[in-house]
Ligand binder design. Structure first.
Ligand code: SF4
Ligand SMILES: [Zn+2]
Length: 372
């Protein structure tokens, strides 16, 4: 990877900008980051070494462009055309442009942009739901060959599944905020977006925890040097079909605490077996019902990305379906939230057995309580 900063300095326009690292870094050396200037690196893509070869080569990997400003900043309108000229000449490289100004894209592209250039990725940021709902409809409707989304600093839980489901977004990155004034980032927000990506077959990167990271209601202050590493080690990045989630370590809940929690949940504790379902169990035998449970779990819950995930379990029609809702074994989202089994992995034999055990325990408790 290489960085090309053709200009430096920017204007804050969005909640994500509040603690912008360009401002923070410039302030620390007494510089005003709101003054936008062309840099000495402006012509970098065409710069050559003494041998007459380009300094930047495809071996440098992705060229992250305009990382100390915004490529679509209006102050840079006079300089951008020159950048497009260089980008046009360097089709052997891949340019990656992150912007908070996707709404200026159409007025900032060259005449021969047509339906996009293969060697340019445009990545729109969305730090909260409001910015996601403003920017992502614009992003998915623009003529761009490679579209990505980044939520960093992630400021709240966001729902972007309807945009991902269009198939127009190739990759999503999430992460927390760094710096002294960093706002907290919650692990459950990261997990939520990751699940949305899994359901839509979109790859996902959990890039960094940020300085203030909240997990299981505990707040952790994480030193800068560990923020990237801890995110990477968590295993919560995802590429469809790569089996990455198998490396995630997790702990199943204590069974008593689980059932206590379920009984405290208004939604979960609403589910009970009807007399008809109870009669069905007596007619079939408990062993037979267990076989049905094994079958449902294997087919509807165990694949890495089950069909119709979130809606695969009917509300009634079989005692096991009722047990699934009552015990939060209805879909991979609930399984992750309540049982800590990560989404995005094929459930192994032990995990399937665990789920079936929980279902059968609930069914047996239910029969007992109905019998009383
Ligand atoms: S758009 Fe980016 S570079 Fe510009 S102020 Fe906001 S966070 Fe900083
Ligand atoms: Zn569910």
């Amino acid at each position: 990877m290489a960085i090309w900063n053709p200009w430096h300095g920017c204007q804050k326009i969005s909640p994500g900008c509040a603690n912008c690292y360009v401002y923070r870094r410039d302030e620390s050396i007494g510089k005003d980051a709101s003054i936008v200037t062309k840099t000495g690196d402006y012509g970098l893509p065409l710069k050559k070494n003494r041998q007459g070869d380009y300094k930047l080569t495809s071996a440098d990997g992705i060229i992250f462009t305009c990382m100390t400003s915004d490529f679509f900043l209006d102050e840079a309108d006079d300089w951008r055309e020159g950048c497009w000229d260089m980008i046009r000449q360097r089709k052997d490289l891949h340019f990656h442009i992150i912007t908070k100004r996707i709404d200026r894209f159409s007025q900032c592209i060259p005449a021969d942009w047509n339906d996009g250039w293969d060697h340019v990725t445009i990545c729109s940021t969305c730090e909260n739901q409001d910015r996601a709902d403003y920017r992502l409809p614009i992003l998915i409707n623009l003529p761009i060959k490679h579209r990505e989304v980044i939520s960093e600093p992630m400021l709240e839980e966001i729902y972007i599944e309807k945009y991902l489901a269009t198939g127009m977004i190739e990759h999503v990155t999430c992460g927390g905020e760094s710096g002294e004034k960093a706002r907290p980032c919650e692990f459950k927000w990261i997990q939520e977006v990751r699940r949305q990506c899994i359901r839509c077959g979109v790859s996902f990167t959990f890039k960094q925890t940020g300085a203030v990271f909240v997990k299981d209601d505990k707040t952790y202050h994480i030193e800068r040097k560990f923020q990237l590493e801890q995110a990477r080690k968590s295993g919560y990045s995802y590429v469809p079909g790569m089996g990455m989630a198998n490396l995630i370590s997790y702990k199943l809940p204590d069974r008593k605490e689980l059932f206590d929690g379920l009984s405290r949940s208004k939604f979960r504790s609403r589910f009970h077996l009807s007399n008809k379902e109870k009669a069905y169990i007596y007619e079939k035998s408990i062993e037979e019902i267990r076989k049905h449970a094994e079958d449902f779990v294997a087919k509807r819950l165990s694949p890495e990305n089950p069909d119709n995930d979130g809606k695969q379990t009917p509300m009634r029609g079989h005692p096991v379906f009722v047990a699934q809702h009552a015990t939060a074994c209805c879909c991979r989202g609930c399984l992750e939230k309540w049982h800590h089994i990560p989404a995005g992995k094929v459930l192994n034999r032990e995990e399937q057995e665990y789920v079936v055990d929980v279902l059968m325990e609930w069914i047996k408790r239910e029969i007992k309580s109905i019998d009383k």
